[in-house]
Design a protein around this ligand. Sequence first.
Ligand SMILES: [Zn+2]
Length: 410
Amino acid sequence: MRARLAIRAGRGYVFIDKAPCSTGRLRRGAEWEGRGVQRDGPVFIGSEIYRGSSYGHWHPLRVPRVSTVMDLTRALGWLGPANYLASPRAKPGALSVWHAPDYVAALERVEATQLGTEEDRERFGLGTHSNPIYPEVYRRPATAAGGSLLAGELLVDGGVVYHPAGGTHHGLPGRANGFCYLNDPVLGILSLRRMGVRRIVYVDIDAHHPDGVELAFDGDPEILMISVHEERRWPFTGHLGDRAGGAAVNLPVPKGLNDSEMALVREALILPLVARFAPEAIVLQCGADAVEEDPLSRLTLSNNAHWEIVAALRPLAPRYLVLGGGGYNPWSVGRLWTGVWAVLNGIEIPDRLEPEGEAVLRALRWEGNSRGKAPPDHWFTTLRDAPRPGPVRDELKERLAVLLRREGLG
Ligand SMILES: [Zn+2]
């Protein structure tokens, strides 16, 4: 049974389909009671809908991701009921703050019929290789969207929300794009806006450029979008000179990006830009596909690079929403995103996992990829990668210098 729930927002109500909520913190038809949650520390938004859900046996998103993070954080004793919220599912009306109603209706329909027409493919991008029709093709993205909408409401008085199922940054208003059907980062930012939060920084460290988010906030003077992404990689947007009407700073980086280079990007570019903007909220898209073991990028970071950015952004705004994103190696995603939760909670990451945690990682499978045949032992026994330092290349320094000069920081 799902309850229909109205969450009171700043200037209206967000109507959502709510899955049964184990914490009891949501009351049917009542306003959000989340203020006490914030005092308890960061909130983890998850859902059982991600468990066992697959885009298809050949698709990169056939692997478990969010369910691994839920299982591993619980197995390690880092996540209890007081800090966990089951994600509500966004209603079509809530999605329509950015998405086209006819597209949302098509998404609902293709889930019900499991069939897409020629028009669905041509007009809505549904039923393509990258955005196939699969059993939860509406409910899963609508749940991730509901999580980000809820996060915006939870953060009204400040705090930290972690929503690893979020981060679908390629979604377009009326079209599926790049494995994304809806755009929950956009909806999360709009939810913050509804709560009266105006100045927002969006930082994206996924290997791919957030074309959907950049489209949404092009020219918005109260948004700063910073993206670090691999050059000459799909969706081929986000060039060094692309500014989205002054709202974006884009840094395309060469293949082989190492931890030393990312540390320079963090210290010289990301942190000074965010600090100067003085945001009321930060949204971090923490995609896990820029690490060395990921099959869809040629960047070679260790997960330390991500965790250091997660930690460094925390003091720069009173509200902090951390989303997931890409990440197609089930071990590197599970380890990286579990470590994000540890960082947000100030939990020291152990050198070797307890047996309960190791068991979660040993149970993972990665069919159809050679790296899944004989995974190295540290994918089972640790969270932290060995650091991957390296030379800071001149081409990166030159691009940074261009941006810093342009932004008046050089
Ligand atoms: Zn990506």
